[in-house]
Write a protein that binds this ligand. Structure first.
Ligand code: RIB
Ligand code: CA
Length: 305
């Protein structure tokens, strides 16, 4: 039985690899891709999603979501993802159109059709998911679970305290973490270690197929970005979260109570993971604490080579 998912995304070069993984995975049934403002503006994330679907030749609907975060101003991450959001990659202008329903109606429609089995794979700020919960409160009983790339037990990559997806829309993150939908948080504690090394990128590039060539090109751009921070390897943030959906054995998690700081400017977006249960609150999130990087890289090779 394939796993029915919706990918909520802000492509985004690492999102792109995660989406290509889902295209290639035999145990995944992509019900829709929903786009949101994040790495770049909504117009660009939506066009990028259309380009990736068209590149794959698959019949997958792309539904537009939020062009603005719940309260916070959008700051583009073009410096990392390129002005287009897909690095300097060139794709033909997409012929396919966006789905006639917006992201929120699409998520709700698919959740109802999947009768509680739908998994949301969230690779972006959580604005669409929070908006769907606000519009359709009963959706919390219609979703199997959420796997999200975001947050961290320690540290951040947008500020010293916060990871980008949480920082961009902390109000949305609070709504999702407190929604009672089962959440698995694939945070920087594992994704910063989900590095793809140069020789592994070259091995994927040697494969004689267009998906592998594209993955290698994107991974090279990520590798170059990471090198600027003295990290020797391409940090596979979103791809690792998608890898966990495909095969959960690549990550170990522990259950904690997690909430998100949305009042302080200094620590805005920090995921407060109560590792010592000091607040004595019920656990609500499975938090990634360790990974099998080699198994993840083997998965990439199996998917693309
Ligand atoms: O912190 C990494 C996350 O922020 C990834 O989802 C990346 O695409 C950016 O959106
Ligand atoms: Ca992303």
């Amino acid at each position: 039985m394939k796993i029915p998912i919706i990918i909520d995304t802000d492509p985004g070069i690492d999102d792109a690899i995660a989406i290509l993984m889902a295209f290639a995975a035999k145990n995944i049934d992509i019900k829709a891709i929903t786009t949101v403002v994040g790495n770049v503006e909504l117009e660009k994330t939506t066009v990028n999603a259309l380009k990736l679907v068209e590149f794959s030749g698959l019949d997958i609907k792309v539904a537009r979501g939020s062009e603005k975060h719940i309260r916070r101003e959008h700051f583009s991450a073009e410096w990392y993802h390129g002005v287009s959001g897909l690095g300097n990659l060139k794709f033909p202008d997409p012929k396919m159109k966006v789905y006639e329903k917006n992201a929120y109606d699409t998520i709700y429609e698919e959740a109802c059709k999947c009768k509680g089995k739908l998994k949301l794979v969230c690779l972006a700020p959580l604005t669409n998911i929070a908006s769907t919960i606000l519009i359709y409160p009963d959706i919390v009983n219609k979703i199997d679970s959420i796997v999200l790339m975001g947050g961290a037990i320690n540290g951040g990559n947008d500020t010293p305290a916060a990871e980008f997806n949480m920082y961009a829309d902390p109000e949305a993150a609070r709504i999702v973490f407190n929604s009672k939908i089962p959440v698995t948080m694939v945070g920087l504690d594992v994704t910063n270690r989900a590095l793809l090394y140069k020789n592994e990128i070259e091995e994927i590039d040697k494969a004689n197929n267009k998906m592998a060539k594209l993955v290698a090109k994107i991974a090279t751009r990520i590798y170059e970005n990471c090198a600027k921070f003295n990290v020797e390897g391409a940090a596979m943030h979103d791809p690792f979260a998608m890898g966990y959906v495909i095969d959960s054995s690549i990550m170990k998690y522990k259950s904690f109570h997690v909430d998100v700081e949305a009042s302080s400017e200094l620590t805005r977006g920090k995921t407060i993971v109560d590792v010592n249960n000091l607040l004595n609150k019920p656990t609500n999130v499975n938090v990634g604490v360790d990974l099998d990087r080699d198994a993840f890289v083997s998965m990439l090779k199996e998917l693309f080579i």
